[in-house]
Every structure is written in structure tokens, then in C-alpha cells.
Design a protein around this ligand. Structure first.
Ligand SMILES: C[S@@+](CC[C@H](N)C(=O)[O-])C[C@H]1O[C@@H](n2cnc3c(N)ncnc32)[C@H](O)[C@@H]1O
Length: 329
């Protein structure tokens, strides 16, 4: 129940044609004080006085954004008496020529607002990526993309090392199983991946590529990045991958083109200096994989050379091979 003094204030506030016009304008859209003044064709100081009275009567809500104040009709209009009074007065306003003129001006004001916002982006485009609007960790972007994908996928990253590829996949799928023979690499992967992603979505298993610690058909996909050139033979590892994949599931291999950086044998433990894409394709075919495709990657592997006399890092071309376990629908 409203006190008599409050009711008197409410009646006084609404007994003014300008304030009624103001309420009608900001009933359906939030307006800055400047925009409201332009829509009413009045000075800002005059509008501000009326706004104060409307706010004090609980008829208006206000939001500050930087130096601007935005106003909107209060949702509950201060309670039942406000709502009923406004409903009665609103009908009469629709017939008023002043209000119709206000609406035409409001249309122009809102049009100018939309144009200003659109023009702003025309000017900002070139600098947009430099002005710090990036997401802090990239997780937001990854989560947004993930919400479009099936949620149940389990993917294995073979020879995961410190989790470079796993990091690109985690968050997009239900679980990434990182597999590596090195305890130290797995420990490092655990540290970095669990800091970035929920623990339940990361699992790390120690094991060999030719005896994968995976059950038959356990995974919906496999990535194997920069690991095949460590293997004396491809066939045992590819047979294991086929076993661990669900029927028709994809395998993606990231590899180096053959190169001449012999120091990588000793320094990075590489057994082969890259692999011919054709030999990888042939091995996949022999292992029974289907729909095999080599795709160029517009990127380079850039390990730092140990010899300080050799300038700059190596720039080694990469490629992807995509294939599917047999049994695709
Ligand atoms: C060059 S690193 C690549 C790491 C990661 N995939 C990346 O792209 O950054 C190779 C990794 O494969 C692992 N590795 C090499 N041969 C392996 C094998 N036969 N079984 C399991 N892991 C192996 C190594 O321990 C190492 O962590």
C-alpha cells in the first residue's frame, strides 16, 4: 500500500505532459539522456530536471556507462498505482500530435545511433586485433566452437609430448587421451593441460605407439603429430591405431617433409629426417586405412639450430595426412 505522500508525489509527477512524453519514449528502448533530449527536441538541462523527478517517483531506471547516463522506464513503474495510472494515460498519448512528432524524431535518433555504431567498425577494422579485445586464454573461443560439435568424442594424441596438439583439441571434445613413452614429457603435459582445461577432460597414459595403452575401438579420433619420424617402422604403430579407432573414425598425422637438418638426429632424437608423404600414404593403405588424403599445411616447424654459426632457426615444411579406419558408413 502506497503512503498518501508517495501517492501525491506519483500523481504530481505524472501530471505533466513533458514527463509523459519522456516515459512513452523510453518505455520500449533504453536511451541516453542526449538521445532522449534530441528525440524530444529539448535541451539536456530541461530533460535532466524531469528525469530526476521521474526517477524519484520510481518510474525510471538509470544506468551509467562511462560518462553517459542511459534511462529506461522502470519495469514495475514503482508499483501497482504507477502501473494503473500509466496504462490509463498511455492510451491518450497515442493520439497526441506532440508524441507522434517525438516518435518521428526518435526514429531519426535511433537511425543515427545504428549508423554511428556501423561507421565505428568501418574505422576500427584495421586496428581491431591490436586494441586488446582478444580473449585472455582463448578458452572462450574454443568453448564456443566446442558447443557446435558432438559432446561425446574421445580423441587420442599419440606421442603427445608436452601436449602441443592436445591443447588444440582439448575443450573441443569430451576427452583427450595423451599418450607418450616419456614420463617427463607426460608430467609437463599434465602441468600445462590441467592448468588450462578441466581435469576430467584430460587423461595421460604412458605407452608405446606399437603397443598402445588403448582398448579396441576406444577412441573416436587420433592425432599423431611429429612422432612418426621417430619410429623404426610405421606398420606396427599404424596397426595399433587402426585397432584403437572406432570403425570409420579419423586419423590425422602431422609430419615433416624430408629435410637435411642432420643435427636433429642427435639434438631432437629424430630417427628419420622427415618422411615422404607418399611413403606414409602407402603405409596407411597397407594398414587398411581408407580415404587417405595428404593436405599441405601453411606453416613451418622452426626448431632452433644448436650451431650458433648457422643463422636463424630451421624452416621445415609440414603436411597433414588424413585417413579413416575401415567401416565408414
Ligand atoms: C617431437 S615430440 C612431438 C610432441 C608433440 N606431438 C608435438 O607435436 O609437439 C615426439 C614425442 O614422441 C614421443 N615418442 C617417440 N617415439 C615414441 C614411441 N615409439 N612411443 C611413444 N611415444 C614416442 C617422444 O617421447 C616425444 O615426446
Amino acid at each position: 500500500m502506497l503512503a498518501t505522500s508517495d501517492l501525491t508525489q506519483l500523481l504530481k509527477t505524472l501530471a505533466d505532459p513533458t514527463r509523459l512524453r519522456m516515459l512513452a519514449l523510453c518505455g520500449s528502448v533504453e536511451l541516453s539522456v542526449g538521445e532522449l533530449s534530441r528525440a524530444l527536441g529539448m535541451s539536456q538541462s530541461r530533460v535532466s530536471n524531469h528525469l530526476r523527478l521521474l526517477r524519484e517517483a520510481g518510474l525510471l531506471s538509470e544506468r551509467r556507462a562511462g560518462t553517459s547516463i542511459y534511462v529506461r522506464m522502470a519495469q514495475d513503474l514503482g508499483g501497482e498505482p504507477g502501473k494503473s495510472l500509466w496504462a490509463a494515460l498511455r492510451a491518450g498519448l497515442d493520439q497526441s500530435p506532440e508524441h507522434r512528432r517525438d516518435l518521428l524524431r526518435l526514429e531519426r535518433v535511433l537511425g543515427a545511433r545504428a549508423r554511428k555504431s556501423a561507421e565505428l567498425f568501418e574505422d576500427l577494422a584495421a586496428d581491431w586485433d591490436k586494441i586488446g579485445v582478444d580473449f585472455q586464454t582463448g578458452q572462450a573461443r574454443q568453448r564456443a566452437a566446442a558447443s557446435l560439435l558432438p559432446r561425446h568424442l574421445v580423441v587420442a594424441d599419440l606421442g603427445c609430448g608436452t601436449g602441443y596438439l592436445a591443447r588444440g583439441v582439448a575443450g573441443l571434445v569430451a576427452k583427450v587421451i595423451g599418450i607418450d613413452r616419456s614420463r617427463a614429457m607426460l608430467a609437463q603435459a599434465k602441468k600445462t593441460l590441467t592448468a588450462e582445461f578441466p581435469e576430467a577432460t584430460i587423461e595421460l597414459r604412458r605407452g608405446e605407439l606399437d603397443a598402445l595403452p588403448l582398448a579396441d575401438g576406444e577412441v573416436d579420433g587420433i592425432v599423431a603429430g611429429m612422432v612418426l619420424h621417430h619410429l623404426p617402422e610405421l606398420a606396427p604403430a599404424l596397426a595399433e591405431m587402426r585397432r584403437a579407432l572406432k570403425p570409420g573414425a579419423p586419423l590425422v598425422i602431422l609430419e615433416l617433409e624430408p629435410h637435411a637438418e642432420a643435427w636433429m638426429r642427435d639434438t631432437l632424437g629424430d630417427l628419420h629426417l622427415g618422411l615422404e608423404p607418399a611413403s606414409v600414404v602407402a603405409a596407411l593403405r597397407r594398414a587398411g586405412f581408407e580415404s587417405i588424403r595428404v593436405e599441405p599445411v601453411d606453416d613451418h616447424y622452426t626448431p632452433r639450430r644448436p650451431d650458433p654459426k648457422q643463422s636463424g632457426p630451421a624452416e621445415l615444411p609440414l603436411y597433414l595426412v588424413r585417413a579413416f579406419a575401415p567401416g565408414r558408413p
